[in-house]
Design a protein around this ligand. Sequence first.
Ligand code: COI
Length: 355
Amino acid sequence: MLVKDSMFNIQRCEVSRISQVNFDDLPFGRVFSDHMFIMEYADGKWSQGSIVPFQNISLNPASSVIHYGQSIFEGIKAFRNVDGRISIFRPEENIKRFNKSAERMCMPQLDKNVFLEALKQLIDVDNKWVPESMEASLYIRPFMFSTDEYIGVKPSETYRFMIFTCPVGKYYAGDVKVKVETHYARSVKGGTGFAKAAGNYAGALYPAKIAQEQGYHQLLWTDAVEHKYIEESGTMNVMFRTGNKIITPALSETILNGVTRDSVLTLARDWGYEVEERRVSVEEIRQLLKDGKLDEAFGAGTAATIAPICSIGFEDANVELPPYSGWEFAPKAAQTLIDIRRGRTNDPFNWNTYI
Ligand code: COI
């Protein structure tokens, strides 16, 4: 049945798939909720959006996204609060970043109110899919891609914006082993590293595969010119603690401006840590490890949440970090984020948007 809503058309599925899902053992990104959002761009404007049953989409083989990769995405999470309400974590930040990515990739802007309303209504339609468990959440994947049926190289004139959601468990099952990458580069000055562009992830697959074959989970990317300075990890920003200092690579056009990164740094400052956002050399981290002064290292990202790094692979050696059981900052930050997102404590920075 098609219901005319104030802002979107809503077509509900006839039979929900939710009874087939084991919410006690959720993988990451393989289980999809019943509905998805879809909106088309043509003739310089967006059409009215629709919420429809989750389904395959069909594309003309000449669709420009397949050939030239005009495709961007976001990762956002929604949480079930202890009082039963559902909150979305800092969606405005993702919407801003989405529009920055769109600008860099010559794609149209999305109205932030339409984007936010689409998120809220889609989650509301699939509200039963938001997991109850403290370890799980509803991962939201908004994305946009070009749809012109033309194989000349130029910005497309037509696009599709979509959102689907997945109830998810952990992205990384345990502590993460990273390898400092000193040959391949994820991004360069003047490139697209700050954008959440699909191609950035495609280009990173091969170096990450080599690292995985060597027994690592992820790379620690370094600058493309000298491979001396740490940038980010494949799916998350990175941070280091030494004593009362939290050190992290400063944002630049080669690094993704992570929402979890900003949230963790905000908590750190609030708790009286000295936060240093600056160039962080591989040598500095190696020396801190050597001197026994690197207390913690972790990744921060929407999917990864806070992922403790247990070992760092340098060109000639793997160096272990102190055991996680003795860490003071990352576990507290992870727990505080859970508590804020679940409404178990107050939300001093107004990070929750309720649907
Ligand atoms: C996220 O953290 O949401 C991401 O998009 C990273 C990754 C899963 C690609």
